[in-house]
Design a protein around this ligand. Structure first.
Ligand code: UD1
Length: 438
């Protein structure tokens, strides 16, 4: 099993370039099924979740051509599959975003069949709002025995008004994809406003769709008969950028985080400033420098533009380094987001969890330990804690981390961190995935 080995305590200096947004990529790749023609996708992150989805599309009959490390051409013209066979189930059950394949197949073929999705375990992850939305568009939905089956009456979805009872990123994306080629007009109310929702809308529009209002809480879609090919560059990853910013806050040093959209980082930047971390914004970069002393803070996660839940574990690692009492309150997931706490405690962190809040008594020096990546962002949190800790930290179950962070080890090493991936014979941190040329 591969592991990260970290010798902590080395301040971070230099520049880190942020990759394309994972959560945009995992929506846009399935959406390409809707397109008859070549989608040239630029700034794709080189992570295992995108690899998995491209593998599924290839199996479905798409032609996937890697142009370089971050650009892929996907041609779904000949895809005819509306039901994913058993060979694909282990993959669709591994990642959360596989449920977007249902929206895309339903939009293109009027029928869809796949397994229930997988992904990070935050306790119960209902999909009732996805079902509600797709049903409103005229699909007959059956969710049973671990499968999702959908069939549009008359073979094509029909536009409708959908009100989401809960602000859901996944439901907003799935309904948007399916509605792009539905007959007539769809209005989705109380939608999520995350940057990758806007990115998906921009992708669909550049392929000929008519999607308006993404980034506000109402999205209006006028269905078109067919989508055509085109070129689209994905936005940079807000959470990857936030993770490096958090690492500088916890470990110390000064880093230029480049290839970012600073506006997407405002919620993170303003919280870090409150903690006495200097954040200077440029056009497409932020300069992050930790001043002394780090100050305690209270944080509550909320849907965008609130503080992102996907930065919760990493920021708790930072709070452990800030003298005084801080509180991290989870406002999106009702359970399962606190699994990292047990791992940070192994490193000497003083954290108590009550209901939806972690109470942190910060400022004690963390010490190295053998810890697990319990999920993607929990894994990032223990890496940050390991970089800040005294002594050696070993991070196990790193496959979770590699689902969402491109070349994490290589990027931290370039900033001066002492981190390596054991059992990596050649270049530590540089992983070659199936679809990458060379
Ligand atoms: C996406 C992200 C995930 C992030 C989350 C919130 C992807 C692949 N994953 O997950 O990293 O943590 O957004 O920013 O993009 N809910 C319902 N019914 C539904 C759907 C959701 O009640 O049908 C609830 C959930 O239990 C949760 C809340 O709504 O409490 C938000 O979930 P949602 O935004 O859908 O998260 P995901 O799209 O699964």
């Amino acid at each position: 099993m591969e592991k990260y080995v970290i010798h902590g305590g080395k301040p971070l200096h230099g520049e880190v370039e942020i990759s394309g947004a994972k959560n945009a990529a995992v929506a846009i790749i399935p959406a390409a099924i809707m397109v008859r023609g070549v989608c040239r996708l630029e700034n794709l992150p080189q992570i295992s979740d995108t690899d998995t989805l491209l593998h599924i599309l290839t199996y479905m009959g798409a032609r996937v051509n890697a142009i370089n490390r971050t650009t892929v051409e996907v041609d779904c013209t000949d895809v005819q599959m509306d039901c994913l066979p058993e060979e694909m189930w282990s993959l669709t059950r591994k990642i959360r975003a596989s449920y977007y394949l249902v929206g895309a197949m339903l939009g293109r073929f009027g029928r869809a069949c796949s397994t229930m999705p997988g992904g990070c375990n935050f306790g119960v992850r209902p999909i009732d709002q996805h079902i509600k939305g797709l049903t409103a568009l005229g699909a007959d939905m059956d969710v049973s025995g671990g499968f999702i089956r959908a069939e549009a009456g008359g073979g094509r979805l029909r536009g409708n008004t959908v009100y989401l009872d809960k602000v859901s990123v996944g439901a907003t994306i799935n309904i948007m994809i399916a509605a792009a080629t539905a007959e007539g007009r769809t209005v989705i109310e109380n939608v999520a406003r995350e940057p990758h929702i806007v990115d998906l809308a921009n992708f669909l529009n550049s392929m000929g769709a008519d999607v308006r209002g993404a980034g506000t809480n109402v999205i209006k879609i006028r269905g078109v008969r067919q989508l055509h090919g085109g070129t689209y560059a994905l936005i940079p990853d807000q959470i990857e950028a936030g993770t490096y910013m958090a690492a500088v806050a916890a470990v110390g040093g000064a880093v230029r985080v480049s290839n970012v959209i600073p506006k997407h980082l405002e919620c993170i930047s303003s919280k870090l400033r409150e903690m006495n971390v200097e954040v200077e914004e440029g056009d497409d970069y932020v300069l992050v420098r930790r001043a002394e002393p780090l100050r305690a803070a209270d944080i509550k996660t909320m849907p965008y533009p609130g503080f992102p839940t996907d930065m919760h574990p990493q920021m708790t690692a930072v709070l452990c380094c800030a003298p005084g009492r801080s509180v991290m309150t989870e406002g999106v997931w009702s359970s399962g987001r606190f699994k990292y706490v047990g791992e940070l405690r192994k490193m000497g962190a003083d954290i108590q969890v009550e209901e939806q809040s972690a109470f942190v008594q910060g400022g004690r020096r963390l010490t190295g330990a053998v810890v697990r990546a319990c999920d993607l962002r929990a894994g990032a949190a223990v890496v940050i804690a390991g970089l800040a800790a005294e002594g050696t930290t070993v991070v196990e179950d790193i496959n979770y981390i590699e689902r969402g962070y491109q070349n994490l080890v290589g990027k931290f090493r370039a900033l001066g961190a002492d981190i390596c991936c054991v059992d990596e014979p050649d270049l530590p941190g540089e992983r070659t995935l199936g679809w990458i040329a060379g």
